[in-house]
Design a protein around this ligand. Structure first.
Ligand SMILES: *[C@@H]1O[C@H](CO)[C@@H](O)[C@H](O)[C@H]1NC(C)=O
Ligand SMILES: *[C@@H]1O[C@H](CO)[C@@H](O)[C@H](O)[C@H]1NC(C)=O
Length: 394
């Protein structure tokens, strides 16, 4: 039985015996808001019902102006490992830096926050006045455009920024360059009209801070970063020498024969690259005087079919997630300060119907949102007050 139901009972019957229940479940009256129906029918999916864990955010220290959900002591094993206090979306800019799944989630989230499909601002060009190799007119193809939406009710904005994976960081492995060249015209940044393979660290240092400053109100940042799909598929294509969509039966057999372990990640310097990327993002935003909290997300097991690359992608997504979880638990820099948006933990893929190739259904993005809510408090909107008599809490 939900808190809302209890409150209705309390209001209708005026039963003071329920006060205890009410005070336990519900924040004080000045912070109490009506719960909104989700704007996206979250259960709608072609997939069979899947368990999406319902995460209750752990409120370690009460963020100002946000409803408290229940107080308990911090535990290392919490979703918000390493985070001293739960961050609130109110008064922040949330940056989603990742791949096409973050782009799809951006649309899902903006609609959830604002109730609109059409409030998205597209940024596909910019003039960079700063001297250096990225000076001049910068343009982004369709797949890599920056997207922005504003949530005025929460005094917050959300931005999607595309990046090219951790193997774009120097030294770029030769097989990454082959993978990148196949996506030159569809994903890579154009500088004075010429597409170039740009390291994600250069985006973070030279370009993203300018985009954020030009298009967003000045607010502290919540930086959600991830790198999984581009890293996994670059490795996959190194084994077959072609795009996933062009694989034949023999290529799929080849993928089955390759076993990965954490040693592969060490060999590629994957974790070091991730740490370096986070360091560069922070350096970039700090240089513009912006404050930032970093979140990292893991990736679940789509695609689900071997002919779509599941064998390699799922194995690597798992290894990447394990590597990051271990660092966060150990508390080593910069991971000790990072909150894990563990989408992988909250979405088990047991049917190909839960996937749209390497993308997810609405249900999958709803699980991403639940995972995000383990790190970021997204308050219900304030306009509609609860309509029953308030019973004061002692
Ligand atoms: C919006 O958030 C910013 C940054 O947190 C804050 O400075 C500003 O006062 C807020 N504006 C309103 C209208 O609440
Ligand atoms: C992964 O590591 C194993 C040994 O640890 C090695 O045999 C294998 O070739 C590596 N795979 C790739 C794709 O580098």
């Amino acid at each position: 039985m939900g808190a809302w139901h209890w409150l209705r009972l309390a209001g209708i019957a005026g039963v003071s015996a329920l006060t205890l229940v009410h005070c336990f479940w519900w924040p004080p009256p000045n912070e109490r808001h009506m719960r909104h129906e989700p704007l996206v029918p979250l259960t709608e999916s072609s997939a069979p019902s899947v368990s999406v864990s319902n995460i209750t955010p752990a409120t370690f220290s009460q963020p100002q102006g946000e409803p408290g959900i229940g107080r308990r002591k911090p535990e290392r094993a919490d979703i918000g490992v390493g985070l001293q206090s739960l961050q609130t979306l109110q008064g922040k800019n949330l940056i989603l830096a990742g791949d096409s799944n973050d782009r799809q989630f951006f649309r899902f989230l903006c609609q959830h926050l604002t109730g609109r499909f059409d409030g998205v601002l597209v940024v596909d060009k910019m003039t960079n006045e700063e001297p250096g190799e990225y000076r001049g007119r910068l343009t982004w193809p369709e797949q890599a455009k920056t997207l922005v939406c504003h949530d005025e009710a929460r005094n917050a904005s959300v931005v999607f920024l595309f990046h090219y994976g951790l193997f774009s960081l120097p030294p770029q492995p030769p097989w990454y360059l082959d993978f990148a060249k196949r996506r030159m015209g569809t994903h890579f940044l154009g500088i004075q009209g010429k597409a170039k393979i740009v390291p994600s660290t250069d985006l973070a240092k030279f370009i993203w801070p300018q985009i954020i400053q030009q298009h967003l109100p000045s607010r502290p940042l919540l930086l959600l970063v991830q790198s999984s799909m581009w890293d996994a598929f670059a490795v996959l294509e190194s084994l077959t020498g072609k795009r996933v969509s062009q694989m034949n039966k023999l290529d799929v057999q080849t993928l089955y024969s390759v076993v990965f372990s954490h040693e592969n990640l060490t060999h590629w310097g994957w974790l070091q690259r991730a740490s370096e990327f986070i360091g560069m993002i922070l350096e970039g935003v700090h240089s513009q005087g912006m404050l930032a909290t970093v979140l990292w997300r893991t990736n679940p097991n789509c695609p689900a079919l071997p002919e779509e690359g599941s064998v390699t992608a799922n194995a690597l997504s798992g290894l990447f997630a394990d590597a990051v979880r271990a660092e966060i638990l150990q508390g080593s820099a910069p991971w000790g300060e990072i909150c894990l948006v563990d989408w992988r933990k909250n979405l088990e893929i047991h049917s190909p119907k839960q996937c749209d190739k390497h993308h997810y259904t609405k249900e999958g993005y709803a699980a991403y949102l639940s995972s995000l809510k383990g790190c970021v408090l997204i308050s219900p909107l304030a306009e509609q007050k609860v309509e029953y008599e308030h019973v004061p809490c002692a």
